[in-house]
Design a protein around this ligand. Structure first.
Ligand SMILES: Nc1ncnc2c1ncn2[C@@H]1O[C@H](COP(=O)(O)OP(=O)(O)O)[C@@H](O)[C@H]1O
Ligand SMILES: *[C@@H]1O[C@H](CO)[C@@H](O)[C@H](O)[C@H]1NC(C)=O
Ligand SMILES: *[C@@H]1O[C@H](CO)[C@@H](O)[C@H](O)[C@H]1NC(C)=O
Ligand SMILES: *[C@@H]1O[C@H](CO)[C@@H](O)[C@H](O)[C@H]1NC(C)=O
Ligand SMILES: [Mg+2]
Length: 682
C-alpha cells in the first residue's frame, strides 16, 4: 500500500485482538526502512508496532477529530476500515444515529430496539425534501426514488443488502411504508393496505428463526410498486428468489422451520383445525429438530390470526386458506411417517402407519399407492421400465424431497395469489422496485466496482475490464452441455460414481480449457469458479448425494390422482417434477431443472432487473470524485491476504474481509469486491 508519510505525533489505528482497532500516537518519527514504530496507546501504554518488511504497510491514519461523526463517510479524509467503524460507532453510541451516508449509499446499523424515527410525522418531514438537506434516513432514500420517478418519469430501484440479521427486511418495509404514506391510492380499494398485508403472509411462509435472527427471511424478494400518472399507487408485483427449501425438513440446533408450522400447531385446538390432527410442534419431526419451538416474545397463536387476517384482506378465501393449512398439516404428518428397514436395499411402511393415513386422508390420495412409491422407484432404461425397491435411507430422502417440493409449490402458489390480489386494472406509468436479497449475492457493490474501473481507465491505469453483466460464459460453464451440472448428472447415473470421480471429470473437461474454471493447487476434491469479479471455491463433497435428492415422479403422480382442488392447482402445469437441490443457487441462482432448461436462472433475472431498471448513469453522475478517490485508496491500501473479522465490543458485529476466502463467503455471506458488506446498503 502507499500511505501518506507519517508525520510526528500522527494518530494511527493499530489492530487489537479484543477491540479490533485501537487508537495510538506516534512517539518517534518514522523513517522509511524502520522495522517498527514506537506508539503510545490512549491509556498511556507504549508499544512497538512491527512493520512487515515485505509490504512495508504502515498503520492506517486517524481522521482529524473534527471530521468524526460526519453524516457522510465520503467527507472523511481517510476512508478505511477503522475510520468507517469509528465514525459509525461514534454516531451510534454518542447520538443513537443509525444512518450514515457513503455517497448515495445509505449505511444503517441495526439498533435492535425500536427507535421513534419512523412515525408519520417523520415521513411528512422527509416528504418533498432533498436528500442532502436532511439527516440520513431510509425515508430520505425512499423520497429520492419517489422524487426522481416523479420528475424524470424513470423507474427506480432500491437495493437492500447486508448479512443476515442486519435489518434488510425491516428497511425494505419502511421504504414501502413511505411510498404507501406519501402517495394516496387512486382506486376504490385500498392498494397500500393490501401491499402491506402481503408482509405477514410472506413472513409466515418464508421466515424462520435462525441463530442470528429470530425472524430471518429465507428467500430473496423483489417488489415493484406501480404508480399511475398522478403518482398514486396502482398495485404491486412481487418476485421471490431462492427459498431455502432444506429448512422444511431440517433445522439446525436452536433454529426453527418456517413460522407458519408453529403458528398452526399453536392453533391446533381451534375447531377449524381439528380435522388436521395436529399436536404441538414437539410432536413432528419437521418442527422439533432444532429443539426450539418457542421464540421469546412471540405468540404463535396470535401470529396465526394475523396471517389469516392478511389472507382475508388479500381476498384469499376461506376455502383456499383451509386448503393451505390442510397441505401444511399433511407435510407435518409426512415427517413422522416411519420407514422400516427390511434389508440393505429394501424398506417398508406399515399399512396402518397412523401418520401416513392422516397424510393420505388430508391429501385425498390412496394410501397403499403412496406407501408403495415411498419405498420404490421407477427406473427407465432405453428399452424397458422396471420398479426397484429402495433402501430406508433413500426412502427417507425421497420422503423429505417430496415434502420440500410440496412446500415450494405451495409457496409459489401463494406468491402468485398475492400478486393477483395486488394487480390492478389501472394503467401503471412507472414503478419503484425494492430488492431485499438474502445471502451472498451482493449486487450494488458491482456498480461501485464498475465506477472504479472507469476511473482507472480514465487515468490509464492498467486494469482488466470485466463486464459485470455478461455472465453468460460463467453460466455456460455451469449449465451448458458438458458443463459442471451436466457432468454431475452424468456421474449420478454411473454405478460407481462418486464426488471424487466427478471432480476428476471436471478437471479433465475444463481445466486449462475454460477460463472460468480452476482447480485449487492443494486439493483434488474441489474446484474454483470465477464468478463475476471473484473466485469461489467449491468442495465436491456431498454434491452427488444432493443431486440425487430429487422428487420421485411416481409420488407426484399419486398426488395428482387426488380430488383436492388446491393440491391439483399446485401441480397444474408441471412437466418435470424433478427438483435438484441447488448448491449453486446462491451464486448463479440456479433454481431447479425446469428453469435451467429455459436458461432463465434467477441470477439472470436479477441481473436483468438491474440492467433494465437501475439508473446506472444517474448513479454515476451523482457519485462524487471524493467518493471514488476514497474507495480507490481503500482498495489500494488493502493487503491481498487480509481478512479481518470485527466485533466491536458486541455493539455491532461486523465482518470486513476484502479478499474473503470461500469459507468466509459461505459462512458469513458477505459479498465480494468492494465490501462494505457488513453494512446495509440501500
Ligand atoms: N431499523 C430498525 N430498528 C429497530 N430494529 C431493527 C431495525 N432493523 C432491524 N431491526 C431488528 O433486527 C431484526 C432483524 O432484522 P431483519 O430486517 O429481519 O434482518 P435481515 O432481513 O437483514 O435478516 C428485526 O426483527 C428487528 O428486531
Ligand atoms: C417504467 O416501467 C413501465 C412499466 O411499469 C414501462 O411502461 C415504462 O416504459 C418504464 N419507463 C422507463 C423510462 O423505462
Ligand atoms: C417478524 O418481523 C416482522 C418485522 O420485520 C414483525 O412484524 C413480525 O411480527 C415478526 N414475526 C415474528 C413471528 O417474529
Ligand atoms: C423422528 O425423530 C425421532 C427422534 O429424533 C426418531 O427416533 C424417529 O425415528 C423420527 N421419525 C421419523 C419418522 O423420522
Ligand atoms: Mg430479511
Amino acid at each position: 500500500g502507499h500511505w501518506p508519510p507519517l508525520a510526528p505525533n500522527a494518530q494511527v489505528w493499530v489492530p487489537d485482538a479484543s477491540e479490533v482497532w485501537k487508537s495510538a500516537e506516534l512517539l518517534r518519527d518514522y523513517t522509511p526502512g524502520d522495522l517498527a514504530l514506537s506508539l503510545q496507546l490512549e491509556d498511556g501504554t507504549v508499544v512497538e508496532h512491527k512493520i512487515d518488511p515485505k509490504t512495508k504497510n504502515l498503520p492506517p491514519l486517524r481522521n482529524p477529530n473534527i471530521l468524526v461523526g460526519e453524516n457522510d463517510l465520503t467527507a472523511l479524509s481517510y476512508l478505511h476500515e477503522p475510520a468507517v467503524l469509528h465514525n459509525l460507532k461514534v454516531r451510534f453510541i454518542d447520538s443513537k444515529l443509525i444512518y450514515t451516508y457513503c455517497g448515495i449509499v445509505l449505511v444503517a446499523i441495526n439498533p435492535y430496539e425500536s427507535l421513534p424515527i419512523y412515525e408519520a410525522d417523520i415521513i411528512n418531514a422527509y416528504s418533498g425534501q432533498n436528500m442532502g438537506d436532511m439527516d440520513p434516513h431510509i425515508f430520505a432514500v425512499a423520497e429520492e426514488a419517489y422524487k426522481q420517478m416523479a420528475r424524470d418519469q424513470r423507474n427506480q430501484s432500491i437495493i437492500v443488502s447486508g448479512e443476515s440479521g442486519a435489518g434488510k427486511t425491516v428497511s425494505a418495509k419502511y421504504a414501502m411504508r413511505y411510498f404507501a404514506t406519501v402517495s394516496s391510492s387512486s382506486g376504490e380499494t385500498n392498494v397500500e393496505e393490501r401491499v402491506l398485508a402481503s408482509s405477514p403472509i410472506m413472513e409466515a411462509f418464508g421466515n424462520a428463526k435462525t441463530t442470528r435472527n429470530d425472524n430471518s427471511s429465507r428467500f430473496g424478494k423483489y417488489i415493484e410498486i406501480g404508480f399511475d400518472d398522478d403518482l398514486c399507487i396502482t398495485g404491486a408485483n412481487m418476485r421471490t428468489y431462492l427459498l431455502e427449501k432444506s429448512r422444511v425438513v431440517f433445522q439446525a440446533h436452536e433454529e426453527r422451520n418456517y413460522h407458519i408450522f408453529y403458528q398452526m400447531c399453536a392453533s391446533s385446538h381451534l375447531p377449524e383445525f381439528k380435522a388436521f390432527k395436529l399436536g404441538c410442534a414437539d410432536d413432528f419431526n419437521y418442527t422439533n429438530q432444532g429443539q426450539s419451538p418457542v421464540i421469546d416474545g412471540v405468540d404463535d397463536a396470535k401470529e396465526m390470526s394475523k396471517t389469516r387476517r392478511a389472507f382475508s384482506l388479500l381476498g384469499i378465501g376461506d376455502s383456499d386458506q383451509v386448503g393451505i393449512y390442510q397441505i401444511l398439516s399433511a407435510i407435518l404428518h409426512l415427517s413422522n411417517v416411519d420407514v422400516k428397514d427390511q434389508s440393505a436395499d429394501r424398506c417398508s411402511i406399515l399399512p396402518d402407519n397412523a401418520h401416513l393415513l392422516v397424510f393420505c386422508e388430508l391429501m385425498g390420495v390412496p394410501c397403499e399407492e403412496m406407501a408403495h412409491w415411498l419405498c420404490h422407484r421407477k427406473l427407465q432404461t432405453t428399452t424397458e421400465t422396471f420398479v426397484k425397491s429402495v433402501s430406508k435411507v433413500n426412502a427417507v430422502h425421497g420422503r423429505d424431497a417430496l415434502a420440500k417440493h410440496i412446500y415450494a409449490k405451495l409457496f409459489s402458489w401463494i406468491v402468485s395469489s398475492i400478486n393477483n390480489a395486488l394487480t390492478s386494472t389501472v394503467k401503471q406509468r412507472s414503478f419503484i422496485g425494492v430488492l431485499d436479497i438474502y445471502g451472498s449475492t451482493c449486487l450494488s457493490s458491482q456498480h461501485v466496482f464498475k465506477l472504479e474501473q472507469e476511473e482507472y481507465m480514465k487515468e490509464q491505469i492498467p486494469w482488466t475490464l470485466i463486464d459485470f453483466y455478461d455472465n453468460q460464459p460463467c453460466i455456460n460453464l455451469i449449465e451448458a452441455k458438458l458443463g459442471i451440472l451436466d457432468l454431475l448428472d452424468e456421474e449420478c447415473k454411473m454405478p460407481k460414481g462418486s464426488d471424487d470421480t466427478w471432480a476428476q471429470k471436471l478437471y479433465n473437461t475444463h481445466l486449462r480449457q475454460n477460463a472460468y474454471f480452476d482447480k485449487p493447487r492443494l486439493s483434488n476434491k474441489a474446484f474454483i469458479i470465477h464468478h463475476f469479479a471473484d473466485k469461489v471455491e467449491y468442495q465436491c463433497f456431498g454434491f452427488l448425494e444432493k443431486n440425487k435428492d430429487t422428487v420421485n415422479e411416481e409420488q407426484i403422480n399419486v398426488l395428482k390422482k387426488s380430488k383436492f382442488d388446491l393440491l391439483l392447482k399446485l401441480f397444474e402445469d408441471e412437466e418435470k417434477p424433478k427438483v435438484s437441490t441447488n448448491k449453486f443457487a446462491s451464486i448463479t441462482g440456479r433454481a431447479g431443472k425446469a428453469q435451467r432448461d429455459t436458461k432463465k436462472t434467477v441470477g439472470l433475472q436479477i441481473l436483468k432487473i438491474l440492467t433494465l431498471y437501475t439508473p446506472v448513469i444517474e448513479f454515476e453522475e451523482r457519485v462524487s470524485n471524493t467518493f471514488i478517490t476514497t474507495i480507490k485508496n481503500l482498495l489500494k491500501g488493502r493487503d491481498e491476504s487480509s481478512n479481518l473479522m470485527m466485533d466491536v465490543k458486541k455493539i455491532f458485529s461486523v465482518t470486513f474481509p476484502f479478499t474473503p476466502s470461500s469459507l468466509a463467503l459461505e459462512t458469513i455471506q458477505v459479498p465480494t469486491s468492494l465490501n462494505l458488506g457488513f453494512l446495509i446498503r440501500v
